[in-house]
Ligand binder design. Structure first.
Ligand code: HEC
Ligand SMILES: [Cu+2]
Length: 330
C-alpha cells in the first residue's frame, strides 16, 4: 500500500480547498521559520558563559513595528477573504444541480436518487455533473464526509442540510460518518463510486424500475388525502400549493417566511406551528405517519408543482391567477 498524506482530489472544489490549505501551510512554515530559526541561533550564541557582545542595540524600532504589524494584517485579511469566498462557494449550489437525498440513521446511510434508485452506505455519481445532497437524520447528528471531494456536512434531525460537488475523476472512494453518533459510529462508512456518465446511466437503469421521487410524492399526496383539501375545487379552504416553493409566505402573526424544503416539511408534520395568513388551523398533523424518505418525496413533489407545471394547467379554470401567485400578501 502506498503511503498517502492527502486523499485524491476528485472534485472541482477539492482543488480549490487544496490550494487554500497549501497557502496556509506555506504561511505557517514561513512564520515558523522566521521565529524558530533565529530563536535557535540566539539561544546558542547568547548562552551563559559565551563571550559575545551583549550591549543593547540603540536603534529606532518604529519602522520595524509598522512592518511586522501591517504584513500579518494584510496576510490575515487575504486568508479571511479567500476562506470566506470558498466557504460561500461551497454553500451555494449551482442551479442545475441534481438532488440526491441522504438520511443518516444509527448506523447507516440511506440514499435515494430522483429516479427512485436507492442505496445503502454507497453513492453512485457521474463524472462532470453537479450533485447536491439533501441531508437529514432520523435520530442523532451524523455527518456526511467524502474526503476526496473535500465536502463534509452535518446531518441534523429536524433539518435539511446541503452539500454539493462536481466529481472530476472516476474511481471508488471512501465516505464516512464524521460525527460521533454512538457505539457503531466507526462502522458508518461506505463507498462513493464515480462513474463515466454512460456507465452511470446503465447503473441507474439496472435492476427493477423504481418509482421516481416525484411520482412517489404525488402518490402519497393523494393517498394521504392532501389533495382533498389542497385541490382547487376543495370544500375546505386551504391554500394552493402550486408554485409555492421558494415564495415568501405571510403567516398569522405577521411574520413572512420563505417556502423552502424545511418549511414544506414542517407544514406537513407540524402544521400548527406556522399558520398561513388568512387561513385556519384545519390541517391535521402527519407526524409519525411518514418516515423522512416519504416526507422528502412529498417535498420534492410540492417543489415540482411549482417548477414544471405545464402552462396549460395554469391557464385552465377559474382562479388561475391564484395558482401563479398563491400568496399574494393581503
Ligand atoms: C383537512 C384539510 C387538509 C389536509 C388533509 C391537508 N392540508 Fe395542508 N393545509 C390545510 C390548511 C387549512 C392549511 C393552511 C393553514 C396552515 O398553514 O396550517 C394548510 C397548509 C399547508 C401547507 C402550507 C401552505 C402554504 O401556503 O404555506 C402545506 C405545504 C401543506 N398544507 C401541505 C399538505 C400536505 C403535503 C398534505 C398531505 C400530507 C396536507 N397538506 C393535508 C389543510 C389541509
Ligand atoms: Cu453517524
Amino acid at each position: 500500500m502506498r503511503f498517502q498524506v492527502f486523499p485524491d482530489a476528485a472534485s472541482t472544489t477539492a482543488v480549490q480547498v487544496d490550494w487554500l490549505l497549501a497557502f496556509l501551510s506555506l504561511v505557517t512554515l514561513f512564520f515558523l521559520g522566521i521565529i524558530f530559526v533565529p530563536m535557535g541561533v540566539f539561544l546558542y550564541r547568547y548562552r551563559r558563559g559565551n563571550p559575545v557582545d551583549r550591549t543593547p542595540l540603540n536603534i529606532s524600532t518604529w519602522k520595524i513595528e509598522v512592518f511586522w504589524t501591517t504584513v500579518p494584517l494584510v496576510l490575515t485579511f487575504v486568508i479571511f477573504g479567500w476562506g470566506a469566498g470558498l466557504y460561500v462557494h461551497m454553500k451555494t449550489p449551482p442551479e442545475d444541480a441534481q438532488e440526491i437525498y441522504v438520511v443518516g440513521k444509527q448506523w447507516m446511510w440511506r440514499l435515494q436518487h430522483p429516479e427512485g434508485k436507492r442505496e445503502i452506505n454507497a453513492l453512485h455519481v457521474p463524472v462532470g455533473r453537479t450533485v447536491k445532497l439533501m441531508i437529514t437524520s432520523e435520530d442523532v447528528i451524523h455527518s456526511f464526509f467524502i474526503p476526496v471531494f473535500r465536502v463534509k456536512q452535518d446531518a441534523v434531525p429536524g433539518r435539511y442540510t446541503m452539500e454539493w460537488f462536481k466529481a472530476t475523476k472516476a474511481g471508488t472512494y471512501h465516505l464516512f460518518c464524521s460525527e460521533y453518533c454512538g457505539t457503531q459510529h466507526s462502522g458508518m462508512i461506505g463507498w462513493v463510486t464515480v462513474m463515466e456518465p454512460k456507465d452511470y446511466q446503465d447503473w441507474l437503469n439496472s435492476g427493477s424500475p423504481q418509482e421516481t421521487q416525484i411520482a412517489a410524492g404525488e402518490r402519497l399526496f393523494h393517498q394521504l388525502g392532501c389533495s382533498g383539501c389542497h385541490a382547487e375545487n376543495s370544500k375546505v379552504r386551504a391554500p394552493s400549493l402550486v408554485g409555492l416553493y421558494g415564495k415568501p409566505v405571510p403567516l398569522e402573526g405577521g411574520t413572512i417566511v420563505t417556502a423552502d424544503e424545511r418549511y414544506l416539511h414542517d407544514s406537513i408534520v407540524m402544521p400548527a406551528k406556522q399558520i398561513v395568513f388568512g387561513y385556519e388551523n384545519l390541517m391535521p398533523s402527519f407526524e409519525g405517519q411518514l418516515n423522512e424518505e416519504q416526507l422528502f418525496q412529498l417535498v420534492q413533489y410540492l417543489k415540482h408543482l411549482g417548477r414544471e407545471q405545464p402552462p396549460e394547467y395554469r391557464r385552465q379554470g377559474e382562479g388561475a391567477a391564484q395558482f401563479i401567485v398563491p400568496h399574494e400578501a393581503p
